[in-house]
Design a protein around this ligand. Structure first.
Ligand code: ADP
Ligand code: MG
Length: 483
C-alpha cells in the first residue's frame, strides 16, 4: 500500500475499476453484422444496429459463451438466469435511444483476480460482476469543420463490462490489475486486450480516506485507454482530492475526463446532472437461461491460466516467483520459455535467459517475442554449449548478441569466431606460471589481500580474450599461490 503524505497526515487511495472488454466474436451481440476493426465507416451496420423500426435483436450465442468463459476464468459465479435491460439515454451515436445492457441480474457474479506485484508479492482483488452490453457508435468531429458525422460500425458490438470491488490501494495495483486482467482475457481468447484499438477501456473510480476511515466519496474517470494513463489519472486525481479535503472542502461525486496531453482530470458531469437511465427489462428479449451442461463443457475447455502456469513453474521447474510472473504475463513468452526449458535440466537458468537476456535484446532491436530472430531451439542450443563447458556464461552473452544480429545458431557462431572455452589445464598453467614469474609484488600481496587473486584471474582472462574456463583458472591459481 502506498499512502499520500498530506499536511494533516497520511491518506489512503481507494480504487475500483470498470473495464469494458470487447468480446471476441465475428458478429455483434444482437445482429449478424461484422465486428472487424478498421472498416470504412458505416459499412458494418445491419438494420438492427441502425434501429430501423420493427427490427428485433437476436442474441449471439458466441458472445454469451465468451462471457461465461471469462467468468469461469475469473473464478466467478455464473448466473444460470440473467436479464437484458434497456438503459435509456439520448446520444447521436445511439440510434435506439437506449443501450441493451444488464442491470440487476448480470450473467456473471462475484469472482477474483490475483495481482502479481513487482516485488514478487501477490494480492487478490474482488470482482463484483460481469455483464454483457452493446457498444455505441462513434461521433466523428474531425472530418468536417461544421458538421459531425456518425459511424455506426461499433454500434451493437458485444462488450463485457467487468466491475471490480474497491480493493486497490495504489496506481501500481491498478496497473497490475489491468495487466493481469488483460493477460487472462488473452489466454481465454475472449478479448484481444488491444487498448489502442479500444477493445479494452477502463473507467477508473478513485477516492481517498484516512487509514481506518469508511470509504470516501469517489470520482469516476471515464474511458482510459492505456495502463500508463490509468496510473497518471489515479495519481493526479488522488492528489487533487487530498488537497481539497485538507483545505476543509468536500469531494463531489462526479464523472471526470482524463486529458492525456496535460496529465490532468477535469469534470464531465456531476452527480446532480447524472442520468436517470430508467432501466427496465427489454421486452424484445427473453431472460437468458443457461444449460448447466453447456457451462460445464465451456469449463472443461479452459486453457491453463496464468496463475496455474506460474504455480507450476515455481513448484515443478524451480523458477523464482517474480521470474515466473513475468513469463506468464505474456502467453507467447511463456510458450517460448517452455520450448527452451523442454528436456533441459536447468529450467531456472532458461527462465533467466528468456526474461533478462532475450527480452532486453528484443526490446532493443524493436522486436517482440513473436518476431524474435532467435528460435527457442537455438537459445536452447546456446544454453547447452554453456552447460557442457564449450563456452563460458560470459562469452555466451556475446554469442547471443551475434545470434540476434545474424540469426545463426550458437554452435556455428562459436566455431566461426573461435570462441571455444579454454579448459586445457596445460595452457592455462603456462599463462599463470608466466604471470607469477613476472609479478613478484602481486604474489607477495596475495596472501594478505584476497582481492589480488582477482587481479590474476583478470590477467588470465585478458591473455585468453575471456575464453579461459574460470573454474579451471581458479583451481590452478589456488594451487600455485597456496590460497
Ligand atoms: P455505480 O453502479 O454507481 O457505477 P458501483 O457501486 O457499481 O457504482 O461502483 C462502480 C465502481 O466504483 C466499482 O468498480 C467499485 O469498486 C468502485 N467504487 C465504489 N465505491 C468506491 C469508492 N468509495 N472509492 C473508489 N472506488 C469505488
Ligand atoms: Mg458504474
Amino acid at each position: 500500500m502506498t499512502t499520500i503524505q498530506g499536511r494533516t497526515g497520511e491518506w489512503e487511495i481507494v480504487i475500483g475499476l470498470e473495464v469494458h472488454a470487447q468480446a471476441v466474436s465475428e458478429a455483434k451481440l444482437f445482429s449478424g453484422a461484422s465486428t472487424a476493426f478498421g472498416a470504412a465507416p458505416n459499412s458494418q451496420v445491419s438494420l438492427v444496429d441502425a434501429a430501423m423500426p420493427g427490427m428485433l435483436p437476436v442474441i449471439n450465442r458466441k458472445c454469451v459463451e465468451q462471457a461465461v468463459r471469462t467468468g469461469l476464468g475469473l473464478k466467478a459465479k455464473i448466473n444460470r438466469r440473467s436479464i437484458f435491460d434497456r438503459k435509456n439515454y439520448f446520444y447521436p451515436d445511439l440510434p435506439f435511444g437506449y443501450q441493451i445492457s444488464q442491470y440487476q441480474h448480470p450473467i456473471v457474479g462475484e469472482g477474483e483476480v490475483v495481482l502479481d506485484m513487482p516485488d514478487g508479492s501477490t494480492k487478490t482483488v474482488g470482482i463484483e460482476r460481469l455483464h454483457l452490453e452493446q457498444d455505441a457508435g462513434k461521433s466523428l468531429h474531425d472530418q468536417d469543420p461544421k458538421r459531425t458525422f456518425v459511424d455506426l460500425n461499433r454500434a451493437g458490438v458485444a462488450l463485457m463490462e467487468i466491475v471490480s470491488k474497491p480493493d486497490m490501494r495504489s496506481a501500481d495495483e491498478a496497473a497490475a490489475y489491468l495487466s493481469k486482467l488483460r493477460a487472462i482475457l488473452r489466454y481465454l481468447g475472449t478479448c484481444d486486450g488491444n487498448m489502442e484499438q479500444g477493445s479494452m477501456r477502463a473507467d477508473v473510480n478513485v477516492s481517498v480516506r484516512k487509514p481506518g476511515d469508511p470509504l470516501g466519496t469517489r470520482c469516476e474517470i471515464k474511458n482510459i485507454n492505456s495502463v500508463r494513463f490509468a496510473r497518471q489519472a489515479i495519481d493526479y486525481e488522488a492528489a487533487r482530492q487530498v488537497e481539497i479535503l485538507e483545505d476543509g472542502g468536500s469531494i463531489d461525486q462526479e464523472t471526470r475526463l482524463f486529458d492525456s496531453d496535460k496529465g490532468e482530470t477535469r469534470p464531465m458531469r456531476s452527480k446532480e446532472e447524472a442520468h436517470d437511465y430508467r432501466y427496465f427489462p427489454d421486452p424484445d428479449l427473453l431472460p437468458l437461461e443457461l444449460d448447466p451442461d453447456w457451462i460445464a463443457e465451456i469449463e472443461a475447455s479452459l486453457p491453463e491460466l496464468p496463475d496455474a502456469k506460474k504455480a507450476r513453474y515455481v513448484a515443478e521447474m524451480g523458477v523464482p516467483a517474480e521470474t515466473a510472473a513475468t513469463l506468464v504475463a505474456d502467453k507467447p513468452l511463456a510458450d517460448y520459455f517452455e520450448r527452451v526449458a523442454e528436456g533441459r535440466k536447468d529450467a531456472k537458468t532458461a527462465a533467466n535467459w528468456v526474461v533478462n537476456e532475450l527480452v532486453a535484446r528484443l526490446s532493443k532491436a524493436g522486436q517482440d517475442i513473436e518476431t524474435a530472430p532467435v528460435s527457442a531451439a537455438d537459445l536452447g542450443g546456446l544454453l547447452d554449449l554453456v552447460d557442457d563447458g564449450t563456452i563460458s556464461g560470459r562469452i555466451a552473452k556475446d554469442v547471443f548478441d551475434a545470434m540476434i544480429e545474424t540469426g545463426k545458431p550458437a554452435a556455428v557462431l562459436v566455431e566461426e569466431k573461435g570462441l571455444k572455452q579454454i579448459s586445457d589445464t596445460g595452457e592455462i598453467e603456462g599463462i599463470i606460471d608466466g604471470l607469477i614469474a613476472d609479478n613478484p609484488a602481486q604474489v607477495a600481496q596475495v596472501k594478505e589481500s584476497p582481492k589480488v587473486a582477482g587481479w590474476f584471474v583478470g590477467q588470465v582472462m585478458k591473455a585468453t580474450k575471456g575464453q579461459a574456463n574460470p573454474q579451471v583458472v581458479n583451481q590452478i591459481l589456488a594451487k600455485k599461490l597456496g590460497l
